[in-house]
Design a protein around this ligand. Structure first.
Ligand code: GTR
Length: 422
């Protein structure tokens, strides 16, 4: 009897593993599925105007994503403070000003700090700013020796020469190609960036980082409806926004939150929960970001929860290989951004992130923009490669890999100038 049970368990495990490892890249193999209508509330009420959307429907959607996907923020901070660790100084051969600010969070007699690096164009007041997390430290964003190197844990990276989970000057400027700072400054805009590992190290261990600040004595992991790492990174973006609101060089009404890949998921979630972000850009955010989960194309919920079991809340695992149970798909996450401008971008070789699922998600979120009289994505077929659609909801599919390129930034800057209030 016991042998039989063990055999069944092994069989179940193997079947489950093979279901997880089969990655579908065929449109013809996408299962039939139904998407919820963002404009019909849970009790069946048709949402006809902004008031109904804001009073009734929006909070239904937001609380679903809080409880079942990214996890709730467990409590309020005891204190937040800002320290200018590098005053505003001329940088980049006189093209810019740079400053570095430490943000300190305190809770339960514990604290966590992270550093915001800011570049602003010279001779300009109240600058609109792109705010984005970076993967390997602020010092990788620019070849600028004055940028402080973080002592926080980092993922190793061969091409950047990062070993022993420790950052050093070898990787200085190693990711400059992802930030197009010259183009941003030339457009009269600024850049604020934070190393995400200072907020929560990207490893399967929630005993440190932001979560740990909020634990009760003896608590070692978040409750099943509380935040994972993506929730923590998004929270860090909002705390950076707290700072930006106090910075007299920045226009707090024009802060665009940006993120690539896992950090694109964090940017979307930050903007969904924090209306102070004027706009959001999701660059190749894929599964658990802009892409529709029910398509099960490329990365699936089971795959992401297996490879990164700490990114989402524990409750999200109930949807592993059970996408039909989702009462809301990711287009509903995008609808939470309305009426603020939203840019979803894909790359043709990034099939893992399901470019078509990212496009359709923006399309299905667009009726909410229409309630506000704004133009979203109105065509149901994706545009040609490298031919952006730039309405209040924007989309492009760039040729090439999972990356952030100059082409991407050129589109974001052009669009930001068009859609932000001036
Ligand atoms: C992948 C992950 C994606 C995406 C990517 C990244 O391994 O499966 O969801 O987040 O990492 O962040 O680069």
């Amino acid at each position: 009897m016991r042998g039989c049970l063990a055999f069944l368990l092994i069989l179940f495990y193997l079947t489950d593993m093979s279901a997880q490892s089969k990655v579908n890249y065929e449109e013809s193999q996408i299962p039939d599925f139904e998407l919820c209508d963002p404009l019909v509330s849970l009790n069946g009420t048709a949402i006809k105007n902004r008031k109904q959307w804001e009073d009734l429907r929006r909070s239904e959607i937001l609380s679903f994503f809080e409880r079942e996907v990214y996890g709730k923020i467990p409590a309020a901070l005891d204190n937040i403070s800002f320290k200018l660790i590098e005053e505003k100084k001329p940088a980049l051969n006189g093209k810019a000003y740079r400053k570095q600010i430490e943000i300190r969070l305190q809770k339960n007699d514990k604290e966590l700090s992270f550093t915001v690096l800011i570049y602003l164009p010279q001779d300009q007041e109240k600058v609109p700013v792109f705010l984005g997390l970076n993967f390997h430290g602020n010092h990788t964003v620019m070849e600028d020796k004055k940028i402080l190197i973080s002592s926080a844990w980092s993922l190793n990276n061969q091409s950047l020469g990062i070993e022993n989970n420790t950052l050093d000057s070898k990787s200085r400027g190693g990711r400059a190609h992802r930030w197009s700072i010259d183009k941003i400054l030339a457009a009269g805009m600024g850049l604020a960036t934070i190393y995400y590992g200072e907020i929560d190290p990207d490893k399967n261990d929630l005993t440190d980082g932001l979560q740990a600040l909020f634990y009760q004595p003896n608590q070692k992991q978040p409750a099943s409806d509380e935040w994972g790492s993506i929730g923590a990174w998004a929270y860090g973006l909002s705390r950076a926004m707290d700072y930006l609101q106090t910075d007299e060089d920045v226009d707090p009404s024009r802060v665009i939150v940006f993120g690539h890949s896992r950090l694109g998921k964090a940017a979307l979630w930050a903007a969904a929960g924090d209306p102070r972000f004027a706009a959001v850009i999701s660059n190749n955010s894929g599964c658990g970001g802009a892409a529709l989960s029910k398509r099960r194309f490329g990365e699936t919920i089971a795959a992401i929860n297996t490879n990164f079991p700490y990114w989402f809340c524990e409750n999200y695992k109930q949807f592993n290989n059970a996408e039909d149970l989702l009462s809301f798909d990711q287009h509903c996450l995008l609808s939470l951004i309305a009426p603020r401008p939203l840019y979803v971008a894909s790359a043709s070789e990034d099939q893992w992130a399901d470019p078509k699922g990212e496009f359709l998600s923006a399309f299905y979120a667009s009726p909410v923009y229409k309630l506000y009289g704004l133009e979203g994505i109105t065509q149901k077929t994706p545009p040609n490669l490298n031919e952006p659609i730039q309405n209040v909801v924007a989309y492009h599919i760039r040729s090439g890999k999972h990356e952030v390129t100059d082409f991407d930034w050129e589109q974001y800057i052009r669009w930001a100038k068009k859609v932000l209030p001036y």
